[in-house]
Design a protein around this ligand. Structure first.
Ligand SMILES: NC(=O)c1ccc[n+]([C@@H]2O[C@H](COP(=O)([O-])OP(=O)(O)OC[C@H]3O[C@@H](n4cnc5c(N)ncnc54)[C@H](O)[C@@H]3O)[C@@H](O)[C@H]2O)c1
Ligand SMILES: N[C@H](CO)Cc1c[nH]c[nH+]1
Ligand SMILES: [Zn+2]
Length: 437
């Protein structure tokens, strides 16, 4: 079901960007057509896609107060308690991400710095195709609210064309989100980016989703902001002789069950651990309700690799740049410095990836498909813009004037030089210097 690769075979099969792009060609074509249709035909287009992909057109796109109230009665008390505890952990972790230094005064008569302003309108995508992810509501919304976003608009596909899972509605209220639309897939991303009669547009779209959602986000980037490409889940595990093959197999399956496009990898220095983990994967997969999905992910997109040593394991993992990296090595903290590219790292045998998916505090919306080489998991930062500012006194500007005029002239921008020159000349003309400090 999951195959064993040599390091070289792994490099050839999994570390080529070209390969990932080829895989996505048909999704890309479909998504381009969806974006154009929604841009041109608005509500008429989103109705057609809701009918085609989500089982029908909801009678109201916007979730009503009654629907929200009803949801509370449909969720078990212990789940509400668990969601509230998770929300508290996530809030406390993200609160620490708020920037502390707002400006820096460099010299007596020069002040420069940075203003932080929250983005005004943000759309959060919450997956709802093959499963409902109340945890993704918390992970999306809490950092946005901590950052000070005024309008957080949540979208998620309706089940059977009509309603959103009560779990998502309850999680939204716990997180503090009010405006929720029953729409998902690439057409939801198009609606948020371009607006339709029923769905208002936003300035930035964040959140995870399947390949259609992730591709749509990448294509609307530029017209609106996006956080990152958070597509189908991935885990890579680095393990030695001290690791437990039963734990490893369970962790590989925990990501594989998300999506047929999910990817699970093991880099092991121990032949025994690798063989036992392989056998365990088959055994444990058989009892999973989503075993067909996990089997596809394991068969087509996953690998077990026997490495010579931990250096080789980290070299492969850093090139892969997985969404999640588990380090199940003796003295795991000693290896943190070897991680260059990964969305989030889980250290030791008792920090499995689902701990982060649901509960501990760090965000689970993370870069996938190798994009952890240049992007990071969702954080408060994603909802803040930085505007720099500058104040020079007259004296400070006159001191800097020769350099600035020189640079303007070598760029042959006489107008720039003159904007400095007129001030120098005014000074020479004996104009009062009462503004200088
Ligand atoms: N990277 C992360 O941080 C992260 C976090 C949570 C979840 N995830 C991932 O999110 C994904 C959730 O996927 P999902 O499918 O359950 O829900 P989803 O909401 O992302 O996608 C479902 C929607 O996709 C659209 N769709 C389905 N088939 C289509 C087709 N053939 N053409 C066009 N559109 C189509 C439909 O509108 C459907 O409602 C999983 O891959 C999971 O691994 C990732
Ligand atoms: N593993 C997913 C991120 O890739 C997040 C998630 C939500 N629920 C369960 N798992
Ligand atoms: Zn998960």
């Amino acid at each position: 079901m999951i195959s064993v690769y040599t390091p070289d075979a792994f490099r050839a099969s999994f570390l080529s960007k070209q390969k990932i792009r080829e895989d996505n060609q048909s999704v890309l074509k479909d998504v381009q057509a969806i974006l154009t249709n929604v841009q041109q035909n608005g509500d008429e287009a989103i109705e057609a896609y809701a009918q085609k992909f989500d089982g029908g057109v909801p009678s109201n796109w916007l979730v009503t107060k009654d629907e929200k109230e009803k949801a509370w009665g449909e969720v078990a008390e212990e789940t509400i308690v668990a969601l509230k505890r998770a929300a508290e952990n996530i809030r406390s972790f993200h609160q620490k991400q708020l920037p502390t230094s707002r400006f820096m005064k460099t010299e007596a008569d020069i002040t420069s710095g940075q203003l932080y302003r929250a983005i005004e309108n943000v759309g959060i995508y919450v997956p709802g195709g093959t499963a409902s992810y109340p945890s993704s509501v918390l992970m999306n919304a809490i950092p946005a609210i901590i950052a000070g976003v005024e309008r957080v608009v949540m979208v998620s596909p309706a089940r059977n064309g009509e309603s959103i899972s009560p779990l998502l509605l309850v999680a939204a209220e716990i997180a503090g989100v009010q405006e929720i639309y029953k729409i998902g897939g690439a057409h939801a991303i198009a609606a948020l980016a371009y607006g339709t009669e029923s769905i208002p547009s936003v300035d930035k779209i964040v959140g995870p989703g399947n390949a259609y959602v992730a591709t749509a986000k990448s294509l609307v980037f530029g017209d609106v902001g996006i956080d990152m490409i958070a597509g189908p889940s991935e885990v890579a595990i680095i393990a030695d002789e001290t690791a437990n093959p039963i734990f490893i197999a369970a962790d590989l399956l925990a990501q594989a069950e998300h999506d047929p496009f999910a990817r699970s990898f093991l880099f092991s220095t121990s032949e025994r651990v690798l063989e036992e983990a392989k056998a365990e994967v088959e055994k444990q997969c058989a009892i999973l309700p989503r075993k067909e999905i996990a089997e596809q992910a394991l068969q087509n997109r996953s690998a077990l690799v026997k490495v010579t040593d931990t250096d080789e394991a980290f070299e492969l993992a850093n090139q892969l740049a997985p969404e999640h990296l588990e380090i199940q090595l003796d003295q795991p903290m000693n290896y943190l410095g070897k991680v260059r590219n990964a969305g989030s790292v889980f250290l030791g045998n008792y920090s499995p990836e689902p701990l982060g998916d649901y509960y501990a505090g760090p965000n689970h919306i993370l870069p996938t498909s190798g994009t952890a080489k240049f992007s990071s998991g969702l954080s408060v930062d994603d909802f803040l813009k930085k505007t720099t500012f500058l104040y020079y006194s007259e004296k400070a500007l006159l001191d800097a004037a020769p350099d600035i005029m020189n640079l303007a002239k070598v760029e042959q921008l006489e107008g720039h030089a003159r904007a400095i020159q007129v001030r120098v000349e005014e000074r020479k003309g004996g104009i009062s210097d009462e503004n200088s400090k």
